[in-house]
Write a protein that binds this ligand. Structure first.
Ligand SMILES: [Fe+2]
Ligand SMILES: [Fe+2]
Length: 439
């Protein structure tokens, strides 16, 4: 059985015992500082603040008079000061390194270098006077995972004593913490840079896609001289409907694209059929009716970033009651985007002049849409479209899209707003999407 040794008065007078207690206190103090530094680095607060606090902790825990922390820039080959204390106003903000310096620092790792003993390196020759004037004694390359990320500059100790091996070990441990904070920040900056680059690339691609779509729409509309601008208008009406249905920005953009491209199949239909100044016969009609399938063939190989544009082209002439073409699909079999484009397409056909007839009056067109809700058109889409028009008539939107597309006179027909509101309130919703606004 071991016996507990009791301390005697003489023990306290023993110089070794005093040293032991002092060392223990120093150790506790250093551990405290290290823990605080670790916490500071892990807290990911403001980076500059973290570095400033870290420098104060290093200087404070070892009683060092002055010092600084620098971040290494790989591309500029320089050390940029992040935090300084007691180095005076003339200490440079950036210090250049040559290849040999970088190589030596990497080999050296995190160990403190005695500045007075390192004059063999170009870095210490170039900044010899600066370091001497600021009384710097130690230089610590911050090397993390074989990569130089920065450096610590340390001046003399307040006690005037030289740095001990113990001090150097503590500096090493603290340097590792600070280096990790810088490495973490570098990684974050790199991620941010890449993400910005990706976003820019994505925006460029989106713009190219949008330009291509518009060029295609213009090509389609060019072929049909009587319905000039039809594709663009159908795109805009589809966009308005998507907006009224509460879709997100990408989906609304997709609806616009589907509208722009819905008649792309007409590019292969003979010009004389498209431009016929009379009602075309059955044979010509059969030829023209191939355009949805051809459009689908053209658009399918392209990757469209948003909605199913090829399906909108294929089914934009289908009707809810199954009397449409090419496949005679019923209500739920028809892709939703095709239903949206169908309404936009029909609305434009009714509200523009054709070679064999004038456009129909607005009230007549809205009456037609309402009567055909549930037969040709999805009722909630008609309701969404009516809401979009009503908002404009009531002055709730700045951009007067309908007025621009149809003309001021056409949109200001007597009693249009009242009849639209009445229609909206009398319509039966078929899905939860319909929200009829009370008059
Ligand atoms: Fe069409
Ligand atoms: Fe069309």
């Amino acid at each position: 059985m071991g016996q507990t040794k009791l301390l005697r008065i003489e023990d306290f007078k023993n110089p070794n015992f005093k040293e032991l207690v002092e060392n223990k206190n120093k150790l506790v103090h250093t551990f405290g500082a290290l823990a605080e530094l670790g916490h500071e680095v892990a807290s990911r607060s403001n980076f500059q603040e973290t570095i400033r606090t870290s420098l104060h902790l290093v200087l404070g825990s070892l009683g060092i008079m002055r010092g600084g922390v620098a971040r290494y820039s790989r591309f500029e080959h320089e050390l940029n000061m992040l935090a300084v204390r007691g180095l005076g106003d003339f200490f440079p903000l950036s210090l250049e390194l040559c290849y040999e310096d970088e190589r030596q620092f990497l080999t050296n790792g995190l160990h403190p270098i005695e500045i007075s003993q390192a004059s063999v390196l170009p870095f210490f020759q170039v900044y010899d006077r600066t370091f001497e004037n600021t009384k710097l004694e130690l230089f610590v390359p911050l090397v993390i995972s074989d990569e130089a990320v920065g450096a610590l500059f340390l001046g003399e100790k307040a006690s005037g004593e030289p740095y001990t091996n113990y001090d150097r070990e503590v500096i090493c441990a603290m340097g590792r913490h600070i280096g990790s904070a810088i490495a973490q920040r570098n990684l974050l900056s790199e991620i941010e840079r890449r993400s910005d680059e990706n976003r820019k690339l994505y925006d460029d691609l989106k713009m190219t896609y949008a330009d291509t779509v518009k060029a295609f729409a213009a090509a389609i509309d060019c072929k049909d001289k009587y319905t000039e601008g039809h594709s663009v208008r159908v795109g805009k009406y589809s966009e308005i409907i998507g907006n009224e249905l509460g879709w997100d920005a990408d989906k609304i953009e997709g609806a616009a694209v589907a509208g722009y491209l819905h008649d792309v199949g007409k590019l292969t239909v003979e010009r004389k059929i498209i431009n016929a100044p009379y009602r075309i016969n059955a044979k010509e009609s059969a030829e023209l009716n191939k355009h949805p399938a051809v459009g689908f063939e053209i658009l399918s190989p392209i990757h469209h970033p948003y909605t199913d544009v090829p399906l909108a082209a294929k089914y934009h002439h289908e009707r809810l009651d199954g009397h449409g073409y090419p496949d005679g699909l019923y209500d739920r079999q028809i892709p939703y985007i095709a239903k949206v484009v169908n309404l936009a397409d029909s609305f434009d056909a009714m509200t523009t002049d054709r070679p064999y007839r004038r456009r129909r009056p607005a009230a007549d067109v809205f009456d037609d849409l309402q009567r055909n809700a549930g037969k040709q058109f999805a009722p909630e889409i008609v309701a969404a479209f009516f809401r979009g028009i009503l908002k404009e008539l009531n002055g709730e939107v700045k951009d007067k899209k309908f007025r621009k597309l149809l003309g001021r006179e056409y949109m200001e027909a007597d009693g249009l707003a009242v009849s639209l509101r009445t229609s909206l309130n009398s319509m039966t919703p078929t899905s939860s999407l319909t929200r009829i606004k009370a008059a």
